[in-house]
Design a protein around this ligand. Sequence first.
Ligand code: KG4
Ligand code: ZN
Length: 457
Amino acid sequence: MYKRCLYSLLENRLGYLNNNKRFISNTTNIKKEYFNVLGIETSCDDTSIGIVRSDGTILGESKLSQWDIHKEHRGIVPNLASEQHRLNIDKSIDLALHEKFKDGLSIQDDIDVIAVTTGPGLAFSLQVGLEKAKELSRQYNKELCSVNHLEGHCLVVRMENIELEFPFLTLLISGGHSQILVCRGVSDYQCLGNTLDDSIGEALDKAARILDCEFGSVYDGHQHYYNIHGGEAIEILARRASPDANERFKFSIPMKESKNCDFSFSGLKSSLKRYVDQLKSQSGSELSLQDRCDLASSFQNTAFSHLENKLKKSLNWYYGKSTMDGKKKNKKLSQQQEIAGTETMPKREKLNGLVVSGGVSKNQYLRERLETLSKEFDLKCYFPSPKLCTDNGTMIAWAGVEMYNKGMVTKDLDKLFYIPYWPLDKNPVNLFDSNLKEKDQKIRSNWFNDIKNKYQK
Ligand code: KG4
Ligand code: ZN
């Protein structure tokens, strides 16, 4: 009865989507109009499950986090994370099956496909999810989709915005990654920029630590906030900053003159550390709350200006303009334009949007700034709803829907392994005139070699 009620509540959405056949299985195994995917996410410290119907309706979700476990270590401890996944995985699946349905969905009758994050991420955490996915797939005879976690972040906006077609540009900003990607189709990505050292999320997490925030919590002078990431703690402190925070503490924007679209956050983090050490030694005591708020605000502001600069460079490059914003002309521009239309970079179609995803995209202040930037380029800006920004099983289930629709299922479960390092771009090339330091050039060529080795196997 309850099930029937819920299904009729979903009728509106069904009615709306009936004309849109994009998400209806075109593979032969599933004959019915819609199919349901159960997604398993265990790549880091959240054991999360999502159940998604192929029209984008969420049928159940759960997330068991591990804040208390890692608190005393002030960071995620990989072997404790995998141990918790093992303890929590069955409970998490059960919670998701029962979240919206009193009697619970049944894997046998209501789930058609299992999707699981197989990389990138912490090896032993990934292993727990993968083992469970294989077990369910074998036990219930369900097809399995092996999902790249980053692809989950990129595609989930299409679940919430049915009109968004490929290609679009994605700024993927999370705890493990800062990347700018052209998303050309399912499992078809071109990476325009990547981080040379820390990711933006990692930099914000470290900044929260430097500013003496406890792991997973912050107090802003008015309220205590619990179970939050470092990036969110920085956002909360920054909201209490004084109007002259940017003048009190000045940070320079990283790689401002570089012609490529890569990121670097470690210098910014070191500047913050220097300010904090200086203030502490001058006062001989802890930082004042106002100093912490002002530092957080100026740091956040500069980190986001860095994101904006590189995003502008990427968009200018994509549309064939100089990446130097009319300053110095990019020498390789004509060469780049030649690339368009080759196998490396298919002819550039108009972008259908700017997608900002990953945990950092939850940041309200960043959202406002990027909305403004995307208008300059006449692009609609898409953000996942806040609960789908940080890691979640729903985005993995949705990636499973997209993959299943393309027939991208695992043929031999015995040959499926987790992949801790798994870049989305299968064929990275040097697209820009690079003025990288020798050390950074080495990092980049190592990435490329690693990727080539992986995809040649
Ligand atoms: O996507 P995610 O859950 O995990 C990875 O795939 O890495 O992202 C987690 C990251 C953390 O670094 C966290 O500090 C950041 O997202 N984050 C935020 C906010 N909420 C989470 N950063 C800035 N502002 C926020 N509100
Ligand atoms: Zn993530």
